[in-house]
Design a protein around this ligand. Structure first.
Ligand SMILES: *[C@@H]1O[C@H](CO)[C@@H](O)[C@H](O)[C@H]1NC(C)=O
Ligand SMILES: *[C@@H]1O[C@H](CO)[C@@H](O)[C@H](O)[C@H]1NC(C)=O
Ligand SMILES: *[C@@H]1O[C@H](CO)[C@@H](O)[C@H](O)[C@H]1NC(C)=O
Ligand SMILES: *[C@@H]1O[C@H](CO)[C@@H](O)[C@H](O)[C@H]1NC(C)=O
Ligand SMILES: *[C@@H]1O[C@H](CO)[C@@H](O)[C@H](O)[C@H]1NC(C)=O
Length: 388
């Protein structure tokens, strides 16, 4: 009796569940996918995702960088966290240590090979004498290759290294994230190239990018989360550096010709990713349209709770608060020296120092992209190990 009366509801319950499941599968295939277990994150990129690489290699970041979250300079060019910090935290992982940081780093859940001022293609001039990072994407790949190999040799020696380095199987299961390209465009714009020449170099830049993705895949990487490049023409470092006619600005005040080149880069990047999916059959590659989310902060700032999107929060000079003295420097005004610090309300500002975004903007972009609404295929961050 008892067992019979138990069977019936259990049966109808499982029917109901199956109905729900198939409904979910038809209506929204993504929701039927399992969350991915990403035990580690491996990141490649530039200042958009540098958690201390360039700072460790040259000189540590200075105040007011970091002041609103870390309460001290934290190797990042922002007042607080970057998108990659929100990504790491969303998986319950600590913030990624920079591969180049030999002080206090913990790589148990991944490593960050990004450095500020990094390009995809070989830089034309390098820090400290020139302007760009020596650790361009090819070098970041070489460092990753070495990390993958030597971390395992060192981990086996035990002691503290056991807890500081990733497990061997993490490399196949990790999420590989990318945010790079902005400085290849910037290098062209600020070099002696015309806009048309920079635009014409885009296919070459993207092909260097693809080769690195292929190389990283060949070392066993399977899940890729690739950000496209942002609207560079909305940033003070472009707006304050190049003369623009009114006709060259869009309704938000951004520099259209510079954004056009960024959009062409993104178009070629997306095309390259379609090809990579064909030649790397075991890879799940998600293209993430960061451009659109960042751009919405310039076109509809009030709607998202922001103001003065074209004006640097930390800076000095001119209508973009940029060019008269860098964030964190001292400038002499009317005979007295003043420190170029943060604006009063960085939490409602988009651009931090004229080139980089505030923590508030980074968090906004992270929240939007994590849902999958800006991904191709439309897969949320937590499911980026799935191909479709
Ligand atoms: C890893 O390092 C060992 C020891 O140096 C070397 O024999 C091996 O070829 C390396 N493997 C790769 C994939 O680089
Ligand atoms: C490294 O980080 C992991 C994860 O947060 C933690 O469990 C481990 O104790 C840390 N290792 C050391 C030596 O601090
Ligand atoms: C960039 O090049 C592409 C392909 O030749 C072209 O369609 C596009 O109009 C160019 N854009 C700019 C801003 O020069
Ligand atoms: C700026 O000025 C302050 C006070 O005079 C000084 O302590 C600081 O070292 C200066 N900073 C730079 C970057 O020169
Ligand atoms: C410097 O002096 C000018 C002229 O008196 C004044 O308009 C300006 O506000 C002063 N700048 C600062 C930062 O105090």
């Amino acid at each position: 009796m008892g067992s019979l009366s138990m069977t019936k509801p259990a049966f109808s319950l499982s029917c109901f569940c199956m109905l729900l499941l198939s409904y979910a599968t038809v209506m929204n295939p993504v929701s039927a996918l399992e969350k991915c277990d990403f035990p580690a994150i491996v990141n490649f990129g530039d200042s958009n995702s540098d958690t201390g690489g360039l700072a460790a290699a040259f000189s540590w970041t200075t105040p007011p960088n970091g002041e609103n979250y870390f309460h001290m300079p934290a190797g990042r060019l922002s007042d607080g966290r970057l998108m990659i910090d929100f990504i790491a935290a969303s998986f319950g992982h600590p913030f990624l240590s920079a591969y180049l940081n030999s002080l206090g780093s913990n790589f148990s859940h991944g490593a960050n090979f990004a450095t500020s001022a990094s390009t995809i293609t070989p830089p034309l001039s390098i820090i400290p004498l020139g302007s760009f990072s020596p650790f361009f994407l090819d070098v970041q790949y070489l460092q990753f290759r070495q990390f993958k190999n030597r971390s395992q040799i060192i981990k086996k020696t035990g002691a503290i290294y056991k807890d500081l380095l990733p497990d061997e199987d993490y490399f196949g299961k990790a999420l590989y994230t990318f945010d790079i390209g902005q400085n290849d465009l910037g290098q062209g714009f600020f070099g002696d190239m015309s806009l048309e020449e920079v635009n014409a170099s885009v296919p070459d830049i993207v092909s260097w990018f693809s080769s690195n993705v292929e190389n990283i895949y060949n070392l066993g990487a399977r899940s890729f989360w690739i950000h496209n490049t942002g609207p560079i023409g909305c940033l003070p470092y472009i707006l304050a550096s190049f003369p623009l006619t009114t006709a060259q600005k869009d309704s938000a005040g951004c520099a259209k010709p510079y954004n056009e080149v960024a959009k062409y880069f993104n178009y070629k990047l997306k095309e390259a990713i379609v090809h990579l999916r064909k030649i790397l059959p075991l890879a799940a590659i998600t293209y993430v349209d960061v451009y659109s989310v960042k751009y919405s902060l310039f076109t509809e700032p009030q709607k998202h709770g922001f103001e003065l999107p074209l004006v640097a929060c930390c800076g000095f000079g001119g209508r973009y608060n940029y060019g008269g003295g860098g964030c964190g420097s001292n400038v002499t005004v009317n005979g007295s020296e003043i420190f170029v610090g943060s604006c009063k309300q960085p939490s409602i500002r988009v651009v931090w120092d004229g080139i980089h975004y505030t923590e508030a903007a980074n968090k906004f972009v992270y929240n939007k992209i994590a849902t999958g609404a800006f991904s191709d295929p439309p897969i949320p961050l937590k499911m980026a190990c799935h191909k479709k």
